[in-house]
Design a protein around this ligand. Structure first.
Ligand code: SF4
Length: 371
């Protein structure tokens, strides 16, 4: 048996909502690449249904709901649309539920109106910027690199006192620049997530842009070195989480009584423009579709056959890889429980990436503790 203690539903609920697939960039590694010219935005009546369909479940089980508005490029959608969403949320989710809105943007478009909207927190309370800093992927439709525009907009956010985080894609073209990428974010005091390419629109796209597990491990260990040598030590995910695992291991104080169980611990749900819902590891695979949140309740989504299949596969992976792992209890096994098909294949061939990273960083941390 995987876990022994009685489980309760995760009180945190997060929806990553594909508000529109439309984007002004054409990054060749994008897993939405084939749909980036589609200008449609989710209609407001569908959004109204969405909020209504999650309300009773959220009231019964959740302490907080996070909506991450994603695309495409969500800042190409009119700001009045988000004002309408804010009114709908207040009307339907009301004051009983604690909810928050965030935006994941490429930050290539940022007018004075956007700045004021973000500064006033009219709708978005958190901002994530997708920016590689180096590499040649972040190009517009005409093939022009947008790096300077994003740098300028980041400066504008900081000048207005608007806080943000960032995501850098770890791919063939950013791999050689990782140290400089860390130094850039460290110099401006912005924490970021280093996100390896773990899904794509085709085998060819994945082959062209993704890294092997060995390259990913090497990259993350390089970031660990940059972090440990920096006086400011700006955090970088997923390393930050793994450092917590390592410190728990060194202190011999396991913090996770149970391993990750997708049935109870799943927190993040991907909502496509048509309302179809997936977990984060199986996104867009029809076999694992959870249903449609525009026409079904959250309770129905969670009880769907697609989700049951995803739970079964997740539990099997955790059972196979985590049960006898020496880091069990320090690591919660979520990496394995939410692995995408690419991660599953890499694990099958080479073992668990987190385990290998912990094997490497634990001696360094132990040495630093002694020194
Ligand atoms: S290190 Fe890997 S195998 Fe070990 S518990 Fe964590 S996810 Fe599972």
């Amino acid at each position: 048996m995987l876990n022994s203690s009685p489980k309760r539903i995760n009180p945190l609920l997060q929806f990553v909502v594909k508000v529109s697939k439309y984007c002004n960039l054409r990054c060749a590694y994008c897993y939405e690449y084939n749909e980036l010219a589609h200008k449609a935005v989710i209609a407001l009546p569908a959004m109204q249904q969405f909020f209504q369909n999650i309300r009773s479940y959220a009231e019964a089980h959740c302490s907080k709901i996070d909506f991450i508005w994603h695309g495409g490029e969500p800042l190409l959608v009119k700001l009045d649309y988000y004002r309408e969403l804010a009114a709908l949320q207040t009307q339907i989710l009301g004051k009983q539920l604690h909810f928050q809105n965030g935006v994941q943007s490429n930050l290539t478009v940022l007018t004075e109106r956007h700045l004021q909207f973000l500064k006033d927190k009219e709708f978005f309370q958190t901002i994530g910027v997708s920016f590689d800093v180096y590499g040649d992927q972040r190009i517009d439709i005409k093939g022009k690199l947008k790096t300077q525009a994003v740098l300028m907009h980041m400066q504008a956010l900081q000048a207005h006192g608007i806080r943000f985080g960032a995501i850098t894609v770890l791919a063939q073209n950013t791999y050689p620049h990782l140290q400089a990428i860390y130094q850039f974010y460290d110099s401006i005091g912005v924490s970021f997530r280093c996100l390896p390419i773990y899904r794509g629109i085709s085998e060819a796209q994945i082959d062209q842009h993704s890294l092997s597990q060995e390259e990913i491990l090497k990259s993350l260990l390089l970031l660990f070195t940059c972090w440990s040598q920096s006086p400011t030590a700006t955090p970088v995910e997923p390393l930050n989480r793994w450092i917590d695992y390592a410190l728990s291991y060194l202190a011999s104080k396991p913090v996770h009584t149970d391993l990750y169980d997708k049935r109870w611990d799943e927190q993040t749900f991907m909502v496509n423009t048509d309302g179809q819902v997936w977990g984060t590891s199986e996104t867009y695979d029809p076999v694992y579709c959870y249903g449609n949140i525009f026409s079904q309740s959250m309770e129905e989504i969670l009880a769907s056959a697609g989700r049951k299949r995803a739970i079964q596969a997740s539990r099997q992976r955790v059972e196979n890889f985590c049960t006898n792992c020496s880091y069990r209890g320090h690591c919660d096994g979520k990496f394995m429980g939410e692995a995408t098909p690419i991660q599953i294949e890499q694990t099958r061939q080479s073992g668990c990436l987190v385990r290998k990273a912990l094997d490497a960083i634990i001696p360094s941390l132990a040495q630093a503790q002694v020194a």
